[in-house]
Design a protein. Structure first.
Length: 198
């Protein structure tokens, strides 16, 4: 015998398909929403981790800045101490120069010559005096050249005086340099300008 289905099967199938479609759509939407939430959480975690690293780096940079500042202070202190040391060394060297200068002036002046003025600017000297003859000045230049503390003598002028006297009729002026024995650089000796008269 034949069975006939008189129920509205087409409508039932349509409703069933609509339910399946709605279920799939809802499941897809829920999955997409979950995926968006997961992605957002992962990016949030990465941003938070990066911010934590940035905070750590900023703290370390601040520590390094403090150390660099202390190093700069130490460099300035070192430079200040080196400057003081160089001033002290210069004073120590220059302390005995005047003694040596007067000693050398006394020992190098030949007989028949008299010094009137010695002017000092730095390590350079200008020596003025009176002499009996040109030969005495030449002897004096050779004595300076042989001296241990006076160097590089150079005659500026020698002339006969207007009020000439028989014993010392000539005036002379010469240059020389005061420096310790073996000193080759004239800029190393920084002594203030001084003048001595005799």
């Amino acid at each position: 015998m034949y069975h006939l289905n008189l129920l509205p099967w087409r409508e039932a199938r349509k409703v069933k398909r609509q339910r399946q479609f709605v279920g799939v759509t809802v499941a897809t939407a829920v999955a997409a929403f979950g995926l968006v939430l997961l992605t957002s959480w992962l990016y949030g975690q990465q941003i938070e981790n990066q911010q934590e690293r940035n905070r750590y780096m900023s703290a370390e940079i601040a520590k390094l800045d403090v150390r660099i500042a202390s190093i700069e202070k130490l460099k300035q202190e070192r430079q200040r101490l080196l400057s003081r040391k160089s001033v002290i060394e210069e004073l120590q060297i220059n302390r005995t120069l005047m003694v040596h200068l007067f000693d050398e002036l006394a020992s190098t002046v030949p007989e028949g010559m008299r010094l009137n003025r010695v002017q000092q600017q730095g390590s350079n000297l200008v020596i003025e005096g009176m002499t009996q003859s040109n030969a005495r000045v030449s002897t004096y230049l050779r004595s300076i050249e042989a001296s241990g503390w006076l160097h590089d003598p150079e005659l500026i002028i020698i002339e006969e005086k207007n009020d000439a006297t028989p014993d010392q009729p000539y005036n002379f002026r010469l240059r020389a340099r005061l420096a310790p024995p073996g000193q080759t650089d004239p800029d190393d000796m920084l002594i203030g300008g001084q003048e001595a008269s005799s």
